[in-house]
Design a binder for this molecule. Structure first.
Ligand code: ZN
Length: 190
């Protein structure tokens, strides 16, 4: 099923998400729903807190960017119980957006190299290194698991300038092609 996307200002986006057990209820369904919701809202990544579930998992499919970034072709993955153990390399400033913060793009500095431990959809354990654009997408989604949003990472000046816009978004003053849940609205469990 397609879930509505939780919007900026909702407390679930600020929680530190928890690891799950292998016996987590309807895990396969949740993975399928995350992908379905991500594709429907034309995102390249979606973290469970964005559909109101405070668990450490996210999905990614970088294919839509593959024309400019060939390494992202079929870069489709599920990360469960994700933990970044290293971040290094040069900081690079690049524009980002987020389904939870509709119609807002800002430049964000991120490290070019990360190491991450996680389980995949078949509950296989991985300890992997990612670079460049892949590392950027993963870091954006991973931050959601720690209650961090990309707008937290802009310069103090930009942050001040964004305050009004973010405030408006949290009050529902935006257009989105997908269903959303505003702060204060209840998240229905499936
Ligand atoms: Zn996001």
């Amino acid at each position: 099923m397609v879930y509505p996307i939780v919007v900026y200002g909702h407390p679930v986006l600020r929680k530190v998400a928890k690891d799950i057990g292998r016996d987590y209820q309807d895990l396969d369904q949740l993975i399928a729903d995350l992908f379905e919701t991500m594709y429907k809202s034309e995102g390249m990544g979606l973290a469970a807190p964005q559909i109101g579930k405070s668990v450490r998992m996210f999905v990614i499919d970088g294919t839509p960017l593959a024309e400019d970034e060939p390494e992202l072709l079929n870069f489709k993955k599920v990360f469960i119980n994700a933990h970044v153990t290293e971040k290094s390399g040069d900081l690079k400033l690049m524009g980002e957006g987020c389904l939870s913060i509709p119609n807002l793009r800002e430049d964000v500095n991120r490290e070019s190299h990360i190491r991450i431990q996680y389980y995949d959809a078949d509950w296989e354990y991985h300890d992997e290194v990612f670079e460049g654009y892949k590392a950027r997408i993963i870091q954006h989604e991973y931050d959601h698991l720690d209650g961090i949003l990309f707008t937290d990472k802009v310069s103090p000046l930009r942050k001040r300038l964004l305050k009004g816009k973010l405030n408006a978004i949290s009050k529902g003053k935006f257009e989105a092609s997908y269903k959303t849940i505003l702060p204060g609205q209840k998240i229905k469990s499936a």
